[in-house]
Design a protein around this ligand. Structure first.
Ligand code: GTP
Length: 600
């Protein structure tokens, strides 16, 4: 196919607005996959993702579409739907010339959609508005079109009305992709530059890299180099995604495909890196590459200490698979050597710190058959010492001696919440409670507002998102970005010279009293482990009977708001997948741990 007949596009949509359903229909209508193969939705085919209902893994699919008797090659590049992945989303968008903006016609524009639309506009993408779910009785495509025009400033006079479920409007969408989205430039003669938008680890072939050729040509057998990691390899296999991998001899500028080159770790070929030829290097790499900087951490422990080695192996494998995961093992030595200082017999005597994304725990438990406890996510603080040193610190055991500390800085984020006006008060209260500093409120339409706050990352990593959802009955959405480390925000009042636990553990903040922090949380774990069945926060005892009460509370509130999500959860529960953790003599559900953070 000449490059003039190629169209590269992605779908921007809020969770549950119908991205997967639409993607499936596009694949089906173009005959890319047979409908009998469609039982499992193709674009998010991992078990976990289906259950969660959230697309995590990015993938791509090539479709053939006849338009005016000409064959076109349409490449759909999937983007992840979760708020934690805006960098990955931006790289997927950078691999495209256009995007479908899919909005549920019975709902409206959400914060996350908006953030992704801005990313798409930054990447100069042609955006085609699509109003989905017009089959629903509550659908108001005209109102939602107006909202898109007002909020995004996008002309919606030609917006396509569709029902991905009923298959209405699918052909119009395919035609619009051909008509409106520009073809890629024909730069096949230039030195190779291909943009990596996804990769995963395959136990047999090594890392499989998904890329878009921006300039030049890549052939099977080529010696290639990744410009950021500076690693070089021979491309054993080059192919297209149809959507299953199909080998080809070469790929030209404008095309989308995959390669394997016996690459050992995803860190060698990270999303956003540029592939070039070893002998004919491109002068400049593609812009937009960012190093991974984990900001949020959590402790991870096997319930059964005998599983320590299995956990380490699993983490090592997972790390090969996912560049976002950073595992720090230095603690092991420390844990073991300091064990005698701990006054009771610990079931949790070894642990890891991992970059916290909730998905990892589930994957580890499912794929590696481990039973795990995670501590609440905490963030990295920067400690400035009297002698001028700075220490990055995510755990109290890393904290320098009290006398040697000058100040402690904590990372902040800027959040934007989009909400119907009825919930403005509830959400401002939430942000205020979490040490948020009010910045701005705007009405984007008569009935919807955007509220901007700055708050500590530590306050956001717990249940902030769940709270936002439940306090707005599921209608609000949010986006966040890091704004750095303002200094002198955190002051630990007392001696924090502890190893994981400290009886005087307190976590104080400027201008407010005690906050439940991650450190207090780890203490709770330990108390439960102590075996007398009492859970304590400081001197406050939460009796063992209270644990079941907490659990009920979790089911009612934890995933509050979002009805579909809740149903999914209940279904999961019905399947008997309650994850009870037997620690010492007390059975504690993982949810109870998380619930502690939610206690007012
Ligand atoms: P994530 O994978 O969580 O990001 O969601 P998604 O945006 O991919 O949404 P998905 O395609 O899974 O659809 C969400 C829900 O909306 C599903 O229950 C679909 O069956 C339903 N749905 C999708 N399109 C339509 C539609 O056109 N009409 C109706 N009535 N329901 C739809």
């Amino acid at each position: 196919v000449p490059s003039s007949n190629i169209r590269n596009f992605c779908i921007i949509a809020h969770i549950d607005h119908g991205k997967s359903t639409l993607a499936d229909k596009l694949l089906q209508m173009t005959g890319t996959v047979e409908s009998r193969e469609m039982k499992a939705q193709f674009l998010d085919n991992m078990d976990l993702e289906r259950e969660r209902g959230i697309t995590i893994k990015l993938q791509a699919a090539r479709m053939r579409f006849m338009y005016n008797n000409e064959a076109y090659c349409l490449n759909l590049i999937d983007t992840p739907g979760h708020v934690d992945f805006s960098y990955e989303v931006s790289r997927s968008l950078a691999a495209c010339e256009g995007a479908l903006l899919v909005v549920d016609a019975s709902q409206g524009v959400e914060a996350q959609t908006l953030a992704n639309v801005y990313l798409a506009l930054e990447n100069d993408l042609e955006i085609i508005p699509v109003l989905n779910k017009i089959d629903l009785p509550g659908a108001e495509p005209e109102r939602v079109s107006r909202e898109i025009e007002e909020v995004v400033g996008l002309d919606c006079s030609n917006a396509i009305y569709c029902s991905a479920k009923e298959g209405i409007g699918i052909n119009e969408i395919l035609s619009a992709i051909v008509q409106k989205i520009p073809p890629p430039q024909d730069t096949a003669e230039r030195p190779l530059r291909a943009l990596i938008f996804d990769s995963y680890y395959d136990a047999y072939r090594g890392v499989i890299v998904y890329f878009r050729v921006i300039d030049g040509t890549i052939r099977k057998g080529d010696r290639i180099m990744f410009m950021a990691s500076k690693k070089d390899y021979y491309a054993d296999e080059v192919g297209v995604l149809s959507p299953n991998q199909l080998q080809v001899d070469q790929l030209y500028a404008g095309e989308v495909g995959y390669l394997s080159a016996s690459i050992r770790s995803v860190a060698d070929a990270r999303v956003g890196d540029t592939i070039t030829h070893y002998s004919r290097k491109a002068e400049e790499s593609l812009s937009g590459y960012k190093e991974a900087t984990p900001m949020v951490f959590c402790g991870l422990f096997p319930v059964d200490a005998d599983q320590f080695n299995e956990l380490r192996d699993a983490l090592e494998k997972l790390q090969l698979n996912d560049a976002a995961l950073k595992v720090h093992i230095p603690f092991q030595e420390e844990f073991l050597s300091q064990k005698p200082q701990v006054p009771w017999d610990l079931a949790l005597d070894v642990g890891f710190l991992v970059f916290f994304i909730w998905k990892f725990q589930e994957r580890l438990e499912r794929e590696y058959n481990l039973s795990l406890i995670t501590t609440a996510p905490s963030v990295v603080y920067r400690v400035n010492c009297v002698n001028g040193d700075t220490v990055e610190c995510s755990n109290p055991s890393l904290l320098p001696e009290p006398g040697s500390r000058r100040s402690i800085e904590e990372p902040f984020v800027k959040i934007e919440m989009l909400t119907p006006k009825d919930y403005i008060g509830a959400l401002m209260e939430l942000a205020q409670d979490r040490r948020g500093e009010f910045k701005e409120i705007k009405f984007i339409t008569e009935i919807r507002a955007s509220i901007i706050y700055e708050l500590p990352l530590a306050e956001m990593v717990g249940d902030f998102f769940d709270q936002l959802k439940s306090r707005s009955k599921g209608y609000a959405s949010m986006e966040y970005s890091f704004i750095g480390l303002p200094s002198l925000i955190v002051i630990w009042a007392r001696n924090l010279n502890c190893f994981l636990i400290d009886t005087n553990l307190e976590y104080c903040t400027k201008g407010s009293e005690l906050t439940l922090g991650a450190f207090v949380f780890s203490k709770l774990c330990i108390h439960i482990v102590s075996g007398d069945g009492r859970a304590c926060i400081g001197s406050k005892v939460i009796a063992s009977e209270a644990i079941s009460a907490i659990r009920k509370d979790v089911l009612a509130k934890c995933y509050g708001g979002d009805i579909t999500r809740k149903k999914k959860l209940l279904r999961k529960q019905a399947e008997g997948k309650k994850r009870m953790k037997a620690i010492g003599r007390v059975d504690v559900p993982q949810e109870a741990f998380m619930a502690v953070l939610k206690l007012e």
